[in-house]
Design a protein around this ligand. Structure first.
Ligand SMILES: [Zn+2]
Length: 200
C-alpha cells in the first residue's frame, strides 16, 4: 500500500496572479478541484506529479479567481438591525428620493408595502399601483436601497426586463449595474435579477 502524503500547501504563479492551494494525493481517478471555506483545494491521483497539479491550477486559474471573488462578495456584512419605524423611514426615504426621477415620465407616486421577502429585494405591482420592498433593504447601504426603489419604479414604465427597461435604468441611474453587483453581496439567497418570473 502506497503511503499517502499529507495535504501540502502550494503557491503558484498563474496568468491571473499568485494562487495558494492545498494539494492532496488520494487514491482517486480524477483531479478534483474545490473552492470552499478552506480556500482552494485540489486532490489528485497518487501518480500525479506536483508539477501536473500546479499546471492544472494554472489552467483553471480564471475560474478559481471568479469563484474566490464570488465567495468574497457573499460576505458583505449587513448594517445592524433597525426598529420597524426606522425600517419604514429608510425605505420610504428611498422611494421619495428616487421618485422625482420617474415623475416627469408620468409615473404616479405608488403605495409602498414592506415585506420580509425571501427571494426578492422588491417587486412592482404596476396594475395595482404599488411596490413592495424587502424589509432587509433597511440593512443595506442607502445607495442600494435607492437602486431597488428606482428599479421597481421603472417597472411602471417597462413591466419586464427588456431592452427598454435597461435603457431607462441607464438613463436615470448610470451606475445601477455596480449597485446591483454590490447588492448581491448582501443577498446570498436574494437574487433579484435574471430569473424573469420574479416580478409582476
Ligand atoms: Zn425587476
Amino acid at each position: 500500500m502506497v503511503k499517502q502524503p499529507m495535504p501540502q500547501p502550494r503557491l503558484v504563479d498563474t496568468p491571473h496572479g499568485p494562487l495558494t492551494y492545498t494539494l492532496t494525493r488520494k487514491r482517486v481517478k480524477n483531479l478534483n478541484l474545490r473552492v470552499g471555506t478552506g480556500g482552494v483545494a485540489l486532490s489528485v491521483p497518487l501518480r500525479c506529479s506536483v508539477r501536473q497539479a500546479d499546471d492544472f491550477i494554472r489552467e483553471k486559474s480564471g475560474w478559481i479567481m471568479d469563484a474566490l471573488r464570488r465567495r468574497e462578495d457573499r460576505r458583505a456584512e449587513p448594517l445592524p438591525a433597525v426598529s420597524r419605524e426606522e425600517c419604514v423611514r429608510r425605505l420610504t426615504d428611498a422611494l421619495t428620493r428616487t421618485y422625482p426621477l420617474v415623475e416627469p415620465l408620468g409615473v404616479l407616486f405608488p403605495q409602498l408595502k414592506l415585506r420580509p421577502l425571501r427571494s426578492q429585494w422588491g417587486n412592482c405591482h404596476w396594475a395595482q399601483g404599488y411596490i413592495t420592498l424587502n424589509t432587509a433593504l433597511a440593512r443595506c447601504p442607502e445607495a442600494l436601497r435607492d437602486y431597488v426603489a428606482l428599479h421597481e419604479l421603472v417597472h411602471f414604465l417597462h413591466h419586464d426586463h427588456g431592452p427598454g427597461f435597461y435603457a431607462r435604468m441607464d438613463a436615470l441611474m448610470p451606475d445601477w449595474r455596480s449597485r446591483r453587483k454590490a447588492l448581491k453581496s448582501y443577498g446570498g439567497a436574494l437574487e433579484h435579477e435574471g430569473k424573469g418570473s420574479e416580478h409582476t
